[in-house]
Design a protein around this ligand. Structure first.
Ligand code: ADE
Length: 227
């Protein structure tokens, strides 16, 4: 799977995505992430990418030409295959595990990170396939949301997680939160591991985990059960 991130801060994202599991997946070639500095595609000598909005109002907007030029350069590199373009914006649909699963089936995803007060709508209308938000709050830019999307989608791609890091039974994969987990020591601050988990009886353990997942979801996220 390949991601191309259009941003004004390429080093920012690269640092975040060079650590831990995603860093390992990139090194091993299971996920490719390329960063493109939109400023490199500015058409003026000061390398400006922003301008004041028509009609007045506060703040600056990202202008259409550098964003479009950057997108075109990525498409030219990719050749025949048109990438799926995602724009990180608080106006988008909220990211869910289901969205991540759907996106993990694409070969090429381009992620556009906004800044300032937004982007000239003519370019987003032309190139964007889907708008995604990471929640109902506003950040200073789309870089952190892009990193979150890449992390969340990449870990669903083949070979990114090892067998013991598998995602099949984790929270949100089946509409429930994950059951509680325990490891050594057997007793911690007076609290023992539930007997069933040391019984060795796989059927009972499975049943206990299902019930515990339901109970924990009802307690922490009752809205998920209503769905
Ligand atoms: N850019 C700024 N805030 C954002 C959010 N909540 N989600 C996605 N992109 C954003």
């Amino acid at each position: 799977m390949r991601f191309d991130v259009m941003t004004l801060f390429p080093e920012y994202c690269d640092t975040v995505l060079s650590e831990s599991i995603i860093g390992r997946a990139r090194k091993n070639g299971y996920v490719e992430v390329n960063f493109h500095n939109i400023r490199d595609y500015s058409e003026n000598k000061h390398r400006n990418v922003d301008d004041t909005p028509y009609g007045g109002g506060k703040g600056m907007l990202m202008a259409a030409p550098p964003v479009y030029n950057c997108y075109k350069a990525i498409c030219d590199k990719l050749g025949e295959e048109k990438p799926y373009v995602v724009y990180m914006t608080p106006q988008g649909k909220t990211l869910t595990q289901q969205t991540a699963m759907r996106l993990s089936s694409y070969n090429n995803i381009v992620i556009l990170c906004g800044h300032y007060e937004g982007i000239d709508v003519r370019v987003t209308d032309e190139i964007v396939d889907e708008e995604i938000s990471i929640g109902d709050y506003v950040l200073t830019g789309g870089e952190l949301p892009a990193c979150i999307l890449i992390d969340c989608v990449s870990r669903l791609c083949p070979n990114v997680l090892s067998a013991d890091e598998c995602f099949e039974k984790e929270s949100h994969s089946d509409g429930l939160l994950e059951y509680p987990q325990y490891t050594r020591p057997y007793e911690f601050h007076g609290v023992k591991v539930p007997d069933v988990l040391i019984s060795g009886h796989h059927g009972n353990i499975e049943k206990w985990r299902k019930e515990a997942a339901l109970e924990i979801t009802a307690r922490k996220r009752p809205d998920m059960l209503k769905k």
